[in-house]
Design a binder for this molecule. Sequence first.
Ligand code: ATP
Ligand code: MG
Ligand code: FE
Length: 363
Amino acid sequence: MLILGFESSCDETGVALVDASGDATPRLLGHALHSQIEMHQAYGGVVPELASRDHIRRVLPLTDAVMAQAGLPLSAVDAIAHTRGPGLAGALLVGSGVACALGMALGKPVIGVHHLEGHLLSPFLSADPPQFPFVALLVSGGHTQLMRVDGVGRYELLGETIDDAAGEAFDKSAKLLGLGYPGGPALSKLAQQGDPAAYKLPRPLLHSGDLDFSFAGLKTAVLTQVKRLAQAHPDGPATSHLADPLTAQQKADVAASAQAAIVDVLVKKSLAALDQTGLQRLVVAGGVGANSRLREQLNAACARRKVRVHYPELHLCTDNGAMIALAAGLRVQAGLADLAPGGYHFDVRPRWPLAELSADTAV
Ligand code: ATP
Ligand code: MG
Ligand code: FE
């Protein structure tokens, strides 16, 4: 069963071909990605209309590249998957439009995939795939959730952020330091030169006793810290960017302190979720799952508790087509996908809580 998957929910156009034959763990046969980050950087964030137009420009050449990598013609594809939601409506419509058109032309079924299910299941494409059941820490640009996962489509929300996502906390702190957009990876790199204990930043909800998160206050605390350092500078406060008067070391210290605050909370709550569920396996997914401090601290804490921890491959932490083709493949293998060709009405769901995706829903 060969599945061609399209991801276009935000600012990455991803296409991939996955082999999900029989019961074997699906295999990636081809994978191509175009990130629009550079295009949006000038605006400090994603511009939806530009995102949609760029998906249109990229999706077919990427598809050709994937089929060439796999050495197969499009006619070899058995099913087509696309991100149905959540995400930007116009951007999602590009992926679903292309998937439906291709499905109709080839007479093949089209499977609409939940973007977060893609993130959640992405470690199944790693060299060390997890086994069910597990606790999942989903940490992306728009979501921060802890889930109990008992199988494909069996997701129970244990806790989530009440305001900003962890990725947003990285990005907003990075922006305050003048590191561009999205600044998560840049902040993480700068933090390597800094002292994580240099500045005392809040760890919101650390002792709340539940599995919820809150990161909005951290952004304010970072802002206050940057302002304080800028004002203390002999040349006075900022000229063009608030963080300009800071020394390189001060910036690195703020980055390291902010990263430490975010990671501390993510680690503590993940361990609490393992305690609460009694499970022995943790899966980390989403863009922030690429963060090296988070990985180091989780690896150390989980080793002490004899808990197995699984991550997606580094390049599959952020958005990509492979996770979409994979999620469709795992649904097909679990008998949870409607494989009847037809009904190519490309509907998308820009807002779509994962909780609404129950196991018995044929997508
Ligand atoms: P969602 O999946 O919730 O709709 P998204 O698709 O935008 O959001 P992802 O692509 O999973 O999110 O992840 C992007 C986020 O991950 C950004 O906020 C980015 O800054 C962050 N990120 C990526 N790499 C790192 C890193 N090494 N350290 C910290 N954050 C990172
Ligand atoms: Mg992105
Ligand atoms: Fe994502």
